[in-house]
Design a protein around this ligand. Structure first.
Ligand SMILES: Cc1cc2nc3c(=O)[nH]c(=O)nc-3n(C[C@H](O)[C@H](O)[C@H](O)COP(=O)(O)OP(=O)(O)OC[C@H]3O[C@@H](n4cnc5c(N)ncnc54)[C@H](O)[C@@H]3O)c2cc1C
Ligand code: SF4
Length: 508
């Protein structure tokens, strides 16, 4: 019985379920670089380099280890850019009895894989994706009958179940969540270690040349490519994070600075999302240094909460709510995405720096994504579809299953509160408190109204005013609406006028 194991672009791990019982003497592997995965939207050039270079290195690794591998490069003239065509060719040429694939990460891919069986006469087996802690069915069971799907309860359930950072029945450090200790701004004297930077080998250089040739009109550039593209290098990046940055991860998790785009974050999401790293190994290493007293609880718990909590939770929400989730627009947001999201031509310094970091690195850290780029889009009422496409294009770690809930749920409240109990809306004061952006900005963060005022300030009140009907009954916005209701009419009129002028200016 000869099996054909199809490995998808984000399943680059030898532990993947489809390879579990692989027989090296008999079975075959298929890996395809499908043009549509890279050209469907304006993906960042570095994201394309990253994905293709990882696939090619993984193919080479399997080949070295004696797996029989059929690898179709993007520029191979025989590549028909279709899994079913390639599978059928292999069935004819190699006498395949069964096709095995691991559950894909996105809804559309799952639909098309479920379709394979109709085209291919050979049996198709879809195996559960075990690169996650929580199965799709397990999340569904957890969600069943719950009025609200709050991260905190889900996270506690997984901590208990997998015995992560537990002291018997109790959470290590006496609390489940040290979020309040993750909010220090970053002082000038704090030095920030350099992020991991790969050595570019011939294979990656060829991919860079390919991307410059075939995707020359895509966003960003391939210059200064730093990401690991092999498992060994991704492990090195993980170890560097654990040794050099985890200790300060907690304190500065919410900080932003124009001095450095990477800060004390891990920069591991792209490796986790295509299988180079497994979530368990990241968590185990973080726990280990905690028990060796090399990193404090607010850092270790904060890091683990992101991976065991948020990452698993957004995946669960995605699969529970798709396909409708994609079209949700609870706040009826209809403003087109401003062109400065692509060219960084804005005088709002926080946005300018966050977009420049994104363009240069195909990376921005969570607070830039949520509290600058997402917050602005929320307040301005940017169409969810357009913002989702932007976020899916520009980050090396972006796949729909993780991007969509973060954008539509967390940043835009477009899902009406499935993910967040209230919109993450904030004025310029938050950005000023957590960053050094405002001091170099053309706008004045202390001003509330008029052309000198920070746009986040009047857009914040304008947002609450515009969405009164939908949001004023939200108990978590009680104080904000009381303040709005106590505001003199003339002041609210000036706020709304400033917002109107701002919208006219971005339109032009
Ligand atoms: C609007 C918006 C869009 C986002 N789009 C993506 C995306 O396309 N792909 C993506 O992987 N993450 C996305 N995130 C989540 C988060 O911002 C990134 O995972 C994180 O910035 C990646 O950088 P890091 O590896 O340095 O993370 P760290 O801050 O070091 O966190 C550690 C790890 O935790 C996980 N994680 C943290 N927060 C989240 C979260 N909210 N959802 C899922 N996983 C999380 C990631 O795997 C990350 O590597 C988005 C967040 C927002 C607010
Ligand atoms: S003043 Fe406002 S627009 Fe300027 S950097 Fe600060 S928050 Fe951003």
């Amino acid at each position: 019985m000869r099996n054909l194991c199809v490995i998808l672009a984000d399943q680059l791990n030898q532990e993947i379920a489809s390879l579990n019982d692989f027989d090296k003497d008999l079975d075959e592997i298929l890996i395809c670089e499908l043009n549509r995965n890279f050209s469907d939207i304006n993906h960042h050039k570095k994201k394309i380099v990253y994905q293709i270079a990882c696939m090619r290195h993984f193919g080479m690794e399997l080949d070295r280890l004696g797996f029989k591998i059929n690898y179709l490069k993007l520029d191979n003239p025989d590549n028909e850019n279709s899994y079913t065509s390639e599978i059928m060719k292999l069935i004819d040429n190699k006498g395949i009895d069964k096709v095995i694939v691991t559950e894909p990460s996105t809804y559309d891919e799952m639909e098309s894989i479920q379709h394979w069986q109709k085209t291919i006469e050979t049996d198709v087996e879809i195996r559960k994706n075990d690169l996650f802690f929580c199965g799709i069915d397990e999340f569904e069971a957890w969600a069943e009958g719950r009025k609200e799907l709050r991260l905190e309860f889900f996270y506690r359930m997984l901590r208990r179940k997998h015995n992560v950072l537990m002291n018997g029945d109790h959470p290590e450090g006496g609390a489940w969540n040290f979020d309040k200790k993750n909010r220090k701004p970053i002082a000038k004297k704090i030095s920030i270690p350099k992020t991991y930077t790969c050595i570019i080998d011939k294979e990656t250089r060829d991919v860079i040349n390919l991307v410059n040739r075939e995707f020359s009109d895509h966003f960003g550039s391939t210059d200064n490519f730093v990401f690991a593209v092999t498992r060994d290098d991704a492990l090195e990046a993980l170890n560097r994070f654990i040794e050099e940055r985890l200790v300060n991860f907690g304190d500065y998790q919410d900080a932003m600075t124009s001095r450095d785009p990477w800060l004390f974050h891990s920069h591991l999401s792209m490796y986790l999302n295509n299988g180079l790293l497994q979530p368990e190994e990241c968590i185990e290493l973080a726990e280990k240094v905690f028990y060796e007293s090399k990193a404090p609880i607010n850092s270790v718990e904060g890091f683990i909460r992101q991976i065991l909590g948020w990452r698993e939770y957004v995946r669960g929400v995605y699969w529970l709510k798709m396909p409708d989730y994609r079209d949700l627009n609870e706040l009826a947001a209809e403003v087109p995405l401003p062109s400065f999201y692509w060219d960084a031509k804005t005088k709002m310094n926080c946005l300018k720096i966050s977009i420049e970091n994104t363009r240069d690195n195909a990376y921005a850290h969570h607070i830039q994504r949520l509290m600058v780029l997402g917050n602005f889009a929320l307040l301005a009422g940017i169409r969810p579809g357009e913002l989702n496409e932007w976020f899916l294009s520009v980050y090396a770690d972006a796949y729909e299953w993780v991007e969509l809930p973060n954008v539509s749920g967390m940043a835009l409240f477009a899902d009406g509160g499935i993910m967040a109990s209230k919109p993450y809306a904030s004025s310029g004061a938050y950005i000023n408190r957590m960053s050094d952006y405002c001091k170099d900005c053309r706008f004045d963060v202390k001003e509330k109204i008029g052309i000198e005022a920070c746009p986040f300030n009047y857009l914040y009140w304008n947002f609450l005013d515009k969405n009164r009907e939908r949001l004023s009954s939200n108990p978590r916005l009680g104080l904000a609406y009381r303040n709005l209701n106590n505001m003199p009419d003339a002041q609210l009129d000036s706020i709304n006028e400033s917002a109107l002028n701002f919208f006219k200016s971005i339109e032009s």
